[in-house]
Design a protein around this ligand. Structure first.
Ligand SMILES: Nc1ncnc2c1ncn2[C@@H]1O[C@H](COP(=O)(O)OP(=O)(O)O)[C@@H](O)[C@H]1O
Ligand SMILES: [Mg+2]
Length: 347
């Protein structure tokens, strides 16, 4: 009997997908169900004063291993708040959140420690997390020590590896944050997140503050790192072109809710929700092919303090009917790859 596997075959690291039989349902790395995050605004000394703002208003979402889930939506739609809930930088006010099958909705300190290590967040402005008086070496070494990732000489070796990973020269370890350009600083922000060897990275507008040419380099770095390190990303951006470039799947947010999710190319080619259609109609098409008529939305995005009844988009939707103003549509599948929260989705 001959085996097709040579006797000296050394199995490589198991990819997340390799754990599942073909056709088996994919097991999410992270799952949110009816997630809620509220803020109280305008509170004064008067008891009971202040109003409740639903920044994340009952979001259900799965993040699958090795995917890049793009999160898009206008400013104020709740993307950052959702990102901070997923990484548990925020406490959660309602619903549930699980990571690798464990419920982490209410996890605190001890239970949160492994999550802090495996789930990392990258921000638009890395300077906020880089102390200007500390060299890159000290910033990164501290992370390694706190999480006991390396000791002694292993620390120096890992610092070098991290710089290689993000495409910075090892000599730069001895520089201070202000000695770097915006793109280089973001690379350091990425190295800092990678230091703890995370599996999931939530990146909140990580290229929005950079020049377009630098954006492309950092976007490429994210893609390279995903392949090299088997990372999973939630990539938040208001720029639809950037999201298209990096994401395998996209979720579109409006006023604290997800209105549509789908596989990137299919969603960009055929958006189902009128809001997605309007958003996409505003971006220039690469080749004149498939050029869309620009859909202009009437009115301003409503205040999340006082969202419209029924479908929150009904006040601006060109297709709204009576039912839209009365009944809030749930996010529901319209095909295997597409979920839409609309009474009249484009099939
Ligand atoms: N710390 C906070 N306190 C009060 N309101 C907040 C706070 N953070 C966010 N919000 C409000 O929550 C909503 C969603 O904000 P955010 O998550 O920052 O949206 P996005 O990242 O999509 O621009 C906005 O109306 C914003 O004003
Ligand atoms: Mg934001």
């Amino acid at each position: 009997m001959t085996s097709s596997i040579p006797s000296n075959h050394v199995p490589g690291p198991l990819k997340p997908d390799a754990l599942q039989a073909p056709g088996a349902p994919r097991i999410p790395l992270m799952s949110a169900r009816s997630l809620v995050k509220t803020f109280t605004v305008g509170r004064t000394w008067k008891p009971g004063s202040g109003r409740t703002l639903h920044a994340v208003d009952g979001i259900s979402l799965d993040v699958f291993p090795a995917e890049t889930l793009g999160l898009v939506g206008e400013s104020g739609s709740g993307k950052s708040t959702l990102g901070r809930c997923l990484t548990r930088l925020y406490d959660i006010d309602g619903g549930t959140l699980s990571f690798e099958g464990a419920d982490i909705t209410a996890a605190q300190t001890r239970a949160l420690k492994p999550v802090r290590r495996k789930v990392q967040m990258i921000f638009q402005d890395p300077s906020a997390s880089l102390n200007p008086r500390r060299r890159v070496r000290d910033v990164l070494a501290e992370v390694l020590k706190v999480h006991r990732i390396r000791e002694g000489a292993g620390i120096e070796e890992r610092l070098g590896e991290l710089m290689d990973l993000v495409g910075l020269r090892r000599e730069y370890l001895d520089r201070y944050p202000h000695e770097f350009s915006g793109g280089q600083r973001q690379r350091i922000g990425i190295a800092r997140a990678l230091a703890v060897e995370p599996t999931l990275i939530v990146a909140d507008e990580p290229v929005s503050a950079l020049d377009v040419s630098v954006q492309a380099q950092i976007v490429n770095l994210f893609s390279d790192l995903r392949e090299k390190l088997d990372l999973t990303y939630v990539f938040i951006a208001h720029d639809l072109a950037v999201v298209r470039q990096v994401s395998t799947r996209v979720a579109v947010m409006y006023l604290g809710s997800i209105v549509e999710t789908g596989e990137t190319d299919a969603l960009y080619a055929r958006p189902s929700h009128p809001y997605t259609q309007a958003l996409l109609s505003a971006i220039p098409q690469p080749h004149n092919r498939g050029r869309r008529e620009r859909i202009l939305l009437s009115g301003e995005i409503p205040s999340p303090l006082n969202p419209p009844s029924g479908c929150k988009f009904s006040t601006r939707c060109p297709q709204a009917q009576e039912i839209c103003r009365q009944v809030r549509p749930a996010l529901a599948p319209i095909s295997t790859e597409r979920q839409v929260a609309c009474h009249f989705p484009l099939a």
